[in-house]
Design a protein around this ligand. Structure first.
Ligand code: PEP
Ligand code: MN
Length: 363
C-alpha cells in the first residue's frame, strides 16, 4: 500500500515538473517579446525597478512551505536566465565583427590588396622633412617592389617643443613623390577638420595611437571614403581598439585597417611591449586587415626582423617600419629608424623567410 502511494506521489511530481517546464518556457517567450519591444524603443534591457516589483508581488503571495528568502533566490535565478535570453535577442554584433561578416575586408591600394592574403609593407620616414628626403625613400620603395609609403606630416609629439611636422606642405611632398614612383600615401591626421583636406593628398588616413579614442576624429574619418589605418592606443585594450574601429565603420567608412603598435607595460627593454597575441585575436574577432608596427612597438633596430617575421607568422596582413636616409639627423625617432641599406637588407631577409613576397611591377 505505501509503495503505491509513493508511486502516486512520484507521478504527481513528474506532472508538476512538466507544468513548471511549460510555464517557465512560456515565461521565456514573454521575456523575448519584451526584449523585441525594448530594442525597438531603445530601452535598456535590465530594469532593476521592474525586477523589484516582480519579486515583491511574488513574495506577497507566497503561502509556503518555501520561505520568502528561498523563493526570492529561486526567482532571481529565473530572472537572470531570462535576461541572458534577451541578450541573445537584442545584443547585435558589431559591424567590424566576424559574426557580422565572415569574409575578410580587403582594402585595394593600387596593385596591393591589403587583407587579401599576401602581406604588405608600409614604410617610410617617421616625419616628412623635405622633398629630397622623401624622394630617396620613394625610390628605395620602388626598387624593392613596394607600394605603401608612410610619412608623418602632422606629428603628435610628447613635448610641444619637439618638431611638430610640416603640415599640409608635408602631405604635398608625399603626394608628389608617390605620383613620381607610382606609390600610395599613408599619413597621420590629428584634427577632425583636416580629414577632408587630407583626402586630396593621401590614399590612407592614419589615426595614431594617441588619437585612438579621439571620437570626433574617428567620426570625421567615418564620413569619408578614404581608407583608414587605425593604430592601437598606448594603453587600449583589444576591446577598446575594436570599438574605436566600429566608430569609423558605423560612420559609413568600411575601409578600416588595424595596427598593433605595442602597448605600455612595466617592461623597459623595448619602447613598448608588442602584443603579438593581439594579431590572431583581432583576426578572429574582426574581419579587418591587421598590421604590426615593428618600429614603434620595439623601438629597437636589432629586433625589427624577428618581430616582423613573428607578426607575419601569426597572420598579420602587413608590417609597418620606419626608414630614413640619415636616421642620425632625423627630426623624430632618430634612434629607431633604419637607414636605406639596412632597410634593403630587412626586406631581402623578410623575403628569404618565405613569409613575404610583395612585389609591385616596376614602372
Ligand atoms: C607613427 O606611426 O608615425 C606614430 C606616431 O605612431 P604611433 O601613433 O603608433 O605612436
Ligand atoms: Mn616614429
Amino acid at each position: 500500500m505505501s509503495n503505491e502511494k509513493l508511486e502516486q506521489l512520484r507521478s504527481d511530481l513528474d506532472a508538476v515538473n512538466l507544468q513548471l517546464l511549460e510555464l517557465i518556457n512560456r515565461r521565456a517567450e514573454l521575456v523575448q517579446e519584451i526584449g523585441k519591444v525594448k530594442l525597438k524603443q531603445g530601452i535598456n534591457r535590465f530594469d532593476p525597478e521592474r525586477e523589484r516589483q516582480m519579486l515583491n508581488l511574488i513574495v506577497e503571495n507566497n503561502k509556503g512551505p518555501f520561505k520568502d528568502s528561498a523563493i526570492q533566490h529561486l526567482f532571481k535565478q529565473i530572472f537572470k536566465a531570462s535576461l541572458d535570453l534577451q541578450k541573445d535577442e537584442t545584443q547585435k554584433a558589431l559591424l567590424v565583427s566576424r559574426k557580422k561578416q565572415k569574409e575578410n575586408t580587403v582594402v585595394t591600394l593600387g596593385p596591393v590588396e591589403v587583407g587579401g592574403g599576401d602581406p604588405v609593407l608600409v614604410s617610410g620616414p617617421c616625419s616628412v622633412e623635405s622633398y629630397e628626403q622623401v624622394r630617396q625613400i620613394g625610390e628605395t620603395l620602388k626598387a624593392n617592389g613596394l607600394t605603401l609609403l608612410r610619412g608623418g606630416a602632422f606629428k603628435p609629439r610628447t613635448s610641444p617643443y619637439d618638431f611638430q611636422g610640416l603640415g599640409e606642405e608635408g602631405l604635398k611632398i608625399l603626394r608628389q613623390v608617390a605620383d613620381e614612383f607610382g606609390l600610395k600615401v599613408v599619413s597621420e591626421i590629428v584634427t577632425p577638420t583636416d580629414i577632408e583636406m587630407a583626402t586630396q593628398y593621401v590614399d590612407v588616413i592614419q589615426i595614431g595611437a594617441r588619437n585612438m579614442q579621439n571620437f570626433e576624429l574617428l567620426k570625421a574619418a567615418g564620413r569619408v571614403n578614404t581608407p583608414v589605418l587605425l593604430k592601437r592606443g598606448l594603453s587600449a585594450t583589444i576591446e577598446e581598439f575594436i570599438h574605436a574601429a566600429e566608430y569609423i565603420v558605423s560612420g559609413g567608412n568600411s575601409q578600416v585597417m588595424l595596427c598593433e603598435r605595442g602597448i605600455r607595460t612595466y617592461e623597459k627593454a623595448t619602447r613598448n611591449t608588442l602584443d603579438i597575441s593581439a594579431v590572431p585575436i583581432l583576426k578572429q574577432e574582426t574581419h579587418l586587415p591587421v598590421f604590426v608596427d615593428v618600429t614603434h612597438s620595439t623601438g629597437r633596430r636589432d629586433i625589427l626582423l624577428p618581430t616582423a617575421k613573428a607578426a607575419l607568422a601569426v597572420g598579420a596582413d602587413g608590417v609597418m617600419i620606419e626608414v630614413h636616409p640619415d636616421p642620425d639627423v632625423a627630426l623624430s625617432d632618430a634612434k629607431q629608424q633604419i637607414n636605406i641599406p639596412q632597410f634593403n637588407e630587412f626586406v631581402a631577409k623578410l623575403r628569404e623567410s618565405g613569409l613575404y613576397k610583395e612585389s609591385a611591377p616596376v614602372l
